[in-house]
Design a protein around this ligand. Structure first.
Ligand code: VGL
Ligand code: ZN
Length: 210
């Protein structure tokens, strides 16, 4: 089944560092790569995001004194979870997973480049201060519906879905084409509940591909 032309696929952070063996490995993260490859031919417009941090990024625990991975610090009034060094610009960890088909990607959205602010969403940084240009790109291409999949469920996928819905797009989150970090038990299911309550439609691969 081919999707309507005003529909885009948004593939979130399908990068080596979020897959097993990577610096911020999402359990079973690599399982969604084959799903991304199955989905891409159904869409006229395919967008991939890349977490793309400078080495001095504020989200890296190594850049804070006396802090370790998983700690939460306050940065300019925003809660920032500290992560291992990951997706450093130009590193192998920041590359797409080698099995990801990339020839159908129309646009790559880079995020998290500002050393002082993190950016989980594909649309805005975590303070909603700066836009990535994705919303304009989608509007220019007359997109009204986005299908979202990728890594990680409760961070970049969740915030991308919430922003897309708030911007007025119809959002279909392909739940079984996402995997979560699950830093704490229940984080992934809580994020599912949250998006459900904020106008995001939850669907599965089977709803799209029979
Ligand atoms: C992500 C934590 C830090 C994600 C990115 O892609 O969900 N999570 N940076
Ligand atoms: Zn990151």
């Amino acid at each position: 089944m081919k999707m309507k032309p005003n529909t885009a696929l948004l593939m979130i952070d399908l990068q080596n560092d979020f897959c097993p063996g990577g610096q911020l490995a999402v359990p079973h993260g690599d399982e969604v790569i084959v799903l991304a490859n199955r989905l891409q031919p159904l869409f006229n417009l395919v967008i991939a995001t890349k977490d793309w941090h400078p080495a001095n990024h504020v989200s890296f625990a190594a850049n804070h004194w006396n802090s370790s991975v998983g700690n939460v610090v306050e940065v300019k009034g925003c809660q920032q979870i500290l992560w291992p060094i990951h997706c450093v610009q130009g590193s192998v960890g920041a590359e797409f997973h080698p099995a990801l088909q990339t020839d159908k990607i129309n646009r790559i959205v880079y995020k998290g480049m500002d050393p002082l602010i993190d950016s989980y969403s594909a649309f805005y940084d975590n303070e909603h201060g700066r836009a990535t240009g994705l919303a304009d790109y989608l509007h220019d291409h007359h997109v009204d519906t986005v299908y979202v999949m990728g890594l990680a469920t409760e961070y970049c996928v969740k915030y991308s879905c919430l922003d897309a819905a708030a911007l007025g797009f119809r959002v279909m989150m392909i739940e079984n084409a996402c995997r979560g970090v699950a830093l704490h038990t229940g984080d992934v299911s809580a994020s599912i509940e949250e998006v459900k309550n904020r106008d995001v439609n939850l669907i599965s691969m089977e709803d799209i591909i029979l």
